[in-house]
Design a protein around this ligand. Structure first.
Ligand code: FAD
Length: 382
């Protein structure tokens, strides 16, 4: 067993960390306050190859592997979770769906643009009446000659009002649940498609989130991914990667909370002593540091398994469940250390507090991860 990162993993971590220290951390608070979508920074990250590690060279990838991808996600999540939300669209669920399920022409057409940051991606499942219940979505895509006529509304979609190309799930047979679900490539220039941003969110305000409305939108027949009825399987194929990616972002935000709490505990004095001296605060800090490290190990293991071509879906699910809940508790712990200053914009803790809730909801809530993990343990998912 070897817990040592390879040289290329250490290098990419250092490169991303430096990029974040120079280009992200100094702007993170301002972006959140003003709801600025940092498109130039995202494009620059793409040009530097930060989205490309899980992809083969023939599609513009660097082939560094999935461990490199989660290291990037961790570092970006540490600097700005809002910015890091772009990762699933540029290097996770969106392009992974294309890599794993699309034909050669579709891969050549879209993958190089997405993983270089030239094209912004999206992955649209959730709707006003269905999110956890994926098979209950109501958007319809009905075949009419050489196209599908798409009608419906997607909600809470990352990059809804800025994307260029994305994956959208719709019912080709509305009488069925899972078996009626199909996956499509959509592009923002399709007539009948409108993306509207959701403003004034609680957190990750620098990430574009919103609704995508389809009104008699003509989606070319060749944009169907795979065959009709394969949508659920296609969604699941990419979620393994998406879950490890969001787990890594959870490690990043937890580490940011640890960093801030430790700095504060070494500065702030009460009763004539640094507050880190008090045993109750030490307990909080010990829990935060230990849970963050345990999360990191789970995420790295899930990514390593993927890089070895070994089964990793259950490990990604466990990593996502553990790391997102641990991040939530770690941010709460850090806020206890900061006391009243949790409410101040002088420290990043207020931003971390607003952002962290997304980690336990995105890519499936903790309840759903628990159900999957338990069903696997019980042998019911076979
Ligand atoms: C900032 C942001 C960005 C997002 N980006 C995207 C995106 O890019 N693409 C996308 O498709 N979606 C996106 N989402 C949506 C996200 O994936 C959903 O919020 C998430 O799947 C949960 O859905 P919901 O919030 O509608 O909760 P619901 O499905 O309404 O569930 C509410 C609660 O009930 C629980 N619950 C529901 N069913 C069960 C059950 N059977 N057993 C036990 N508990 C259950 C859930 O765990 C949850 O706690 C985003 C959301 C946010 C906030």
């Amino acid at each position: 067993m070897n817990f040592q990162l390879e040289t290329e993993h250490i290098q990419i971590r250092e490169t991303v960390r430096k990029f974040c220290l120079n280009e992200v951390t100094p702007n993170a608070e301002e972006w959140e306050k003003n709801e600025t979508f940092p498109v130039d920074t995202i494009k620059k990250a793409g040009q530097l190859g930060f989205f490309a590690s899980s992809f083969p060279e023939e599609y513009g990838g660097t082939n560094l592997g999935f461990l490199a991808n989660v290291i990037v996600a961790e570092e970006m999540g540490r600097a700005s979770l809002g910015l890091a939300c772009c990762l699933n669209m540029q290097s996770g669920t969106c392009p992974m769906t294309i890599l794993l399920n699309c034909n050669e022409e579709q891969k050549q057409k879209y993958l190089p643009g997405i993983i270089s940051g030239e094209l912004l991606g999206c992955f649209a499942v959730s709707e006003p009446n269905a999110a956890t219940d994926v098979a209950g979505i109501e958007t319809k895509a009905i075949l009419a000659d050489d196209h599908y006529l798409m009608n419906g509304t997607k909600m809470w979609i990352t990059h809804a009002s800025v994307f260029d190309v994305g994956i959208c799930f719709a019912k080709t047979d509305p009488t069925q649940r899972h078996k009626g679900l199909s996956a499509f490539i959509i592009t923002s220039d399709m007539p009948g498609l409108t993306g509207n941003p959701e403003k004034d969110k609680l957190g990750v305000r620098s990430s574009d989130t919103g609704e995508i409305v389809f009104e008699d939108c003509k989606v070319p027949k060749e944009n169907l991914i795979g065959e009709e009825g394969q949508g659920f399987k296609i969604a699941e194929s990419a979620l393994t990667y998406g879950r490890a990616n969001i787990a890594a972002r959870s490690v990043g935000i937890a580490q940011a909370a640890v960093d801030s709490a430790i700095q504060y505990a070494n500065e702030r004095e009460q009763f004539g002593k640094k507050i880190g001296f008090f045993q109750m605060n030490k307990q909080i800090i010990a829990d935060m540091v230990t849970n963050t490290e345990a999360s990191r190990l789970m995420v790295y293991r899930a990514a390593w398994l993927q890089d070895q071509g070994l089964p990793s879906a259950n490990e990604s699910t466990m990593a996502k469940f553990f790391a997102s809940e641990a991040a939530l508790q770690t941010v709460i712990g850090a806020s206890k250390i900061h006391g009243a200053y949790t409410y101040s914009s002088e420290y990043p803790i207020a931003r971390l507090y607003r952002d962290v809730m997304l980690m336990t909801a995105g890519e499936g809530t903790s309840n759903i991860q628990r159900i999957i993990i338990a069903n696997n343990a019980l042998g019911w998912n076979k």
